[in-house]
Design a protein around this ligand. Sequence first.
Ligand SMILES: Cc1cc2nc3c(=O)[nH]c(=O)nc-3n(C[C@H](O)[C@H](O)[C@H](O)COP(=O)(O)O)c2cc1C
Length: 180
Amino acid sequence: MSDIKVLVLVGSLRAGSINRQLAELAVESAPEGVTLELFDRLGELPFYNEDIDNDQVVEPVVALREAAAAADAALVVTPEYNGSIPGVLKNAIDWLSRPYGNSALQGKPTAVIGAALGQYGGVWAHDETRKSFGIAGPRVVEDLKLSVQTTAFDGKHPRENAEVAANLQDIVGKLAAEVG
Ligand SMILES: Cc1cc2nc3c(=O)[nH]c(=O)nc-3n(C[C@H](O)[C@H](O)[C@H](O)COP(=O)(O)O)c2cc1C
């Protein structure tokens, strides 16, 4: 049987992003038979514009849609910006939502997790990302949740937080189990 492939998207472009570190930990947590691939080019996508979403659409958009088409599931790891979804991630959702009704992630199980500085760990952004992706085409797995306050990491890589690492491993396993 071929590997289950999971596309990983991160809602922060920052080099030292804690959410990118969480995504790295998710990649490391993959059980046998599951491969997580981080698509690291969301910052190269132009703002969504229907006028440029045509046969000549720019290469980073093609690359995103091809990565999504090759995946069986998606894991979204994002902080919260001003109580909501970071623009870079919302823009990626908009690109992935088209062609309408035929998204490269159409019907594919998708989980949303992440970390933010606030006491609720970015839960507003995570709920809104679930709502938006749920409209865009993927099948959002609502009960796979992890919203961590960044202070829990105490400046260290999330892999050094045993509780978070165990939760993340559980989520990755359950997300892969949704494929089929
Ligand atoms: C523009 C901006 C808006 C932010 N808004 C929120 C917010 O609404 N809630 C929150 O918990 N943290 C907020 N933060 C703090 C982020 O959660 C924190 O910087 C987090 O570490 C960013 O994720 P990253 O480390 O993956 O880049 C904001 C940060 C920035 C730069």
